[in-house]
Design a protein around this ligand. Structure first.
Ligand SMILES: CC(C)(COP(=O)(O)OP(=O)(O)OC[C@H]1O[C@@H](n2cnc3c(N)ncnc32)[C@H](O)[C@@H]1OP(=O)(O)O)[C@@H](O)C(=O)NCCC(=O)NCCS
Length: 177
């Protein structure tokens, strides 16, 4: 499958249909991938947040032809690392390299910014093992990421804590670029 991955034009933040399409993809994918972690009705993102990410030039989108098949948010952290997050592949296009290409794109973006390391955070339940998160931990490890620390979710996002259905931590991974 020929994939075209690029940073979404900042002007597309004003394209309500495009913003809604990406928001729906992210929310649908996360509703399934983070089942059991959140209270019913909790959503990963909303249109205003995504529009702000697009306006900041931080949204990578993967297209197969004209169809949106994946997305990733990239940014530069105040601590000097690049970071990627909100990584999603359309369930109808899984296992064909969309995720791997998006991670490669995020790493190339960070290298292009002159950043020495990439960071990602994996939200995991504190007291049990989530199969999707275990798959991701193993995959990121294969891609060269190493766990550097574990942060309690409530420290990072105290206001979102009530929306969790179970106690969670962020496992923070780094990879030298
Ligand atoms: C993570 C995600 C983006 C991967 O997308 P994808 O396009 O299916 O992934 P790829 O086709 O690039 O494959 C990624 C890896 O998974 C493996 N894989 C893919 N499908 C698999 C399957 N059905 N069973 C086992 N392994 C599988 C591939 O072999 C590949 O490993 P490799 O790079 O070591 O060869 C996708 O599963 C997703 O959207 N998950 C939910 C959202 C999420 O949890 N995001 C991450 C938050 S930190």
């Amino acid at each position: 499958m020929a994939l075209d991955i690029s940073i979404a034009r900042t002007g597309s933040a004003d394209d309500a249909a495009f913003v809604a399409e990406v928001t729906e993809l992210v929310n649908n994918v996360y509703a399934d991938a983070e089942k059991g972690l959140w209270q019913p009705g909790a959503q990963r993102t909303h249109a205003a947040e995504l529009a702000a990410i697009i306006r900041a030039g931080e949204l990578g989108v993967a297209l197969a032809g004209t169809r949106l098949v994946g997305a990733v948010r990239v940014c530069r952290l105040a601590t000097g690392e690049g970071e990627f997050g909100m990584l999603v592949a359309d369930p109808a296009h899984r296992g064909v390299g969309v995720g791997r290409e998006l991670v490669g794109f995020a790493e190339a973006w960070a290298r292009g910014q002159g950043l020495p390391r990439m960071q990602l955070e994996l939200l995991v339940p504190r007291d049990w093992t989530h199969p999707v998160k275990e798959f991701l931990r193993e995959w990121y490890t294969r891609l060269g990421y190493r766990e550097v620390r574990r942060d309690p979710f409530e420290q990072a996002h105290p206001t979102l804590q009530p929306q969790l259905a179970t106690r969670c931590d962020f496992v923070v991974f780094h990879k030298p670029l």
